[in-house]
Write a new protein. Structure first.
Length: 346
């Protein structure tokens, strides 16, 4: 197999896309996600093994499905194995089959001596001609890694004794810490090298904040596609969502949007509808209605402006630009709302 390693540097000239019709993880027009979009386009034209890395909460499965759907294997099967969901014996049975002499890899071999044996009820056999997606591949036991390394090396297997040359494409996902696992010999280096012949590193949402408003609207549209009424956000509500860091990445943002969709019935979602659905780092206070509407709006405004300031490291110029107001007005608002001026800076 000839390596076709792709890096972000290979795609620096990619034209940014305003939206993405497929995987929600890939929606956006930031430079970071535009490079990923280009890497995926290039990977879709290849049969090389592909490694997709992303922090917890990244929608790696949707990216793997997008890769499969854009490849020449799109009409064949997409088979997913969650490598962390079963013990070593269970994962072996899922991947390689149920025959006793094959689950250990020690069964008798014929003249196709070096091909890895599997049975027809295995996921490997089910994915022949298509894509086998290994989610959280770093969770595989060493014995399973060894068998997969042979499959990745040969590009074919022996199914119930017969050699099958039209193999599946191996796509795997892992956390960015997989490199450290390889260096510490917790993950096989030969399997890693073959899986990462093509590599796509998904950037966390904190590195592509300008994409969050587009992602939020796309997730809201997905709710409508599932039967909810069609709705939209105000610009200030989208600015609030874009000002947060989202340590849980797309999964956390999706949960927040689903809560907004479930807890409101308005056609246009405003800041005051978004704030109660956010799971902030501090313990949320129980909601107790108090004060009139003007007082409630002031509380929401304070939360919103404080979130924008926090996102920008309390730099007044950057926060004022996001809020669409002049710095003197932001200073005045901060004083009026009781936001500590000691933390503000230029």
């Amino acid at each position: 197999m000839t390596p076709d390693t792709l890096t972000f540097a290979d795609a620096r000239s990619a034209r940014p896309a305003s939206t993405w019709s497929g995987a929600v993880e890939l929606v956006g027009r930031s430079h970071a996600i535009s490079r990923v979009q280009e890497l995926l386009r290039r990977a879709a034209g290849s049969d090389a093994c592909t490694l997709i890395t992303g922090e917890p909460g990244s929608a790696v499965e949707s990216v793997a499905r997008e890769l499969h759907g854009r490849s020449r294997r799109a009409d064949a099967a997409f088979v997913m194995i969650d490598c962390s969901a079963a013990d070593s014996g269970g994962v072996d049975r899922l991947l390689f089959g149920s025959a006793p002499d094959l689950t250990t890899g020690s069964g008798p071999r014929n003249e196709a001596a070096d091909l890895e044996p599997v049975t027809r009820d295995s996921s490997v056999a089910a994915a022949v001609g298509g894509t086998l997606f290994l989610q959280d591949v770093s969770e595989l036991p060493a014995s399973t890694q060894a068998r997969l390394a042979r499959i990745a090396r040969d590009g074919e297997v022996r199914i119930d004794g017969a050699a099958v040359a039209t193999m599946c494409r191996l796509v795997a996902s892992a956390s960015p810490g997989l490199d450290a696992d390889v260096h510490a010999h917790r993950f096989r280096g030969d399997l890693y090298r073959r899986l990462s012949a093509t590599r796509i590193d998904l950037p966390p949402l904190r590195d592509r904040a300008e994409d969050v408003p587009l992602l939020a609207q796309r997730l809201l549209d997905d709710c409508a596609a599932a039967g909810a009424p069609a709705r939209s956000f105000t610009q200030t509500a989208l600015a609030l969502l874009g000002a947060l860091t989202w340590p849980g990445n797309v999964a956390e943002l999706r949960d927040a949007i689903h809560r907004v969709a479930a807890e409101t019935d308005v056609a246009v979602i405003q800041v005051e509808h978004v704030l109660p659905a956010l799971r902030l780092l501090r313990a949320p206070a129980p909601f107790v209605p108090s004060g009139n509407l003007r007082e409630a709006r002031l509380r929401f405004e304070r939360e919103y402006i404080a979130a924008v300031l926090q996102h920008h490291g309390w730099r007044m110029a950057d926060a004022a630009q996001t809020l669409g107001i002049q710095r003197p007005n932001l200073y005045r608002k901060a004083r009026q709302l009781g936001i500590p001026l000691a933390r503000l800076s230029e």
